[in-house]
Design a protein around this ligand. Structure first.
Ligand code: AMP
Length: 178
C-alpha cells in the first residue's frame, strides 16, 4: 500500500478539540486491516536490524502503535503516561504548551542502565511531548535510539526540536499542516 493511499485513510476533522486545530484521526486508518498492517510494517522495517530493548509508547495513541511494534521486535513495551496514572514510583517531565504546561511520567525502575529505547507516538506536532518523553528515558537511565511517528506536521518543526536534543526522528507520513 503506498503512502498516499495510507493518507487517504486518515480522516481530517476541522476544529477538534478546539477551533483552528485540524485533527488527524488515525481511528479510520487503524480500522482498515491493510492500512494498519502498512503502518506497523513501516515502523518494524526501521528497527528490524537493530537491537532494540524497549519500545516506549506515549499515552494514549502511542500505545496503539508501540505495542505491536514491540511484539514484532521481540522488545519490551514501556508506557509513558499522563500524571498520576502509574502506580509505583515515577519520574516526571514537564513541557510547555501553547497556553500553560503539561507533564508525563515513567516508572522510575522501568529501564535498565544503557538499554536501547525507541519512543513512539501517533503524531509529531511541535515536538514538546516527544522531547519530554525522550528526556524521561534518559533520566531513567536509557539510551534513546530514535523517536518514530506515523504522522509529522512538518511546518511545526517538531523534528528539529527533537534532533536538537541529539535524538534521531523518523516519520511515515508528512503533512503540510500546522
Ligand atoms: P506536540 O507535543 O505538539 O508534538 O503534540 C503531539 C501530541 O498531541 C501527540 O500525542 C498527538 O497525538 C497530539 N496532537 C497534536 N496535534 C494533533 C493533531 N493535529 N491531530 C491529532 N493529534 C494531535
Amino acid at each position: 500500500m503506498n503512502l498516499e493511499a495510507v493518507k487517504e485513510k486518515i480522516r481530517q476533522v476541522p476544529d477538534f478539540p478546539k477551533k483552528g486545530i485540524q485533527f488527524l484521526d488515525i481511528t479510520t486508518g487503524i480500522k482498515d486491516a491493510k492500512t494498519l498492517k502498512t503502518m506497523i510494517d513501516f515502523l518494524y522495517d526501521q528497527y528490524k536490524d537493530k537491537k532494540i530493548d524497549y519500545v516506549a509508547g506515549i499515552e494514549s495513541r502511542g500505545f496503539i502503535f508501540g505495542m505491536p511494534l514491540a511484539y514484532k521486535l521481540n522488545a519490551g513495551f514501556i508506557p509513558i503516561r499522563k500524571p498520576n496514572k502509574l502506580p509505583a514510583e515515577t519520574i516526571t517531565e514537564s513541557y510547555d504548551l501553547e497556553y500553560g504546561s503539561d507533564s508525563i511520567e515513567i516508572h522510575a525502575d522501568a529501564i535498565e542502565e544503557g538499554a536501547n529505547v525507541v519512543v513512539i507516538d501517533d503524531l509529531l506536532a511541535t515536538g514538546g511531548t516527544a522531547t519530554a518523553a525522550c528526556n524521561l528515558i534518559k533520566k531513567a537511565g536509557g539510551k534513546v535510539d530514535s523517536a518514530a511517528f506515523i504522522i509529522e506536521l512538518t511546518p511545526l518543526k517538531g523534528a528539529d526540536k527533537i534532533r536538537n536534543t541529539g535524538v534521531d526522528v523518523i516519520s511515515m507520513l508528512k503533512y503540510d499542516l500546522d
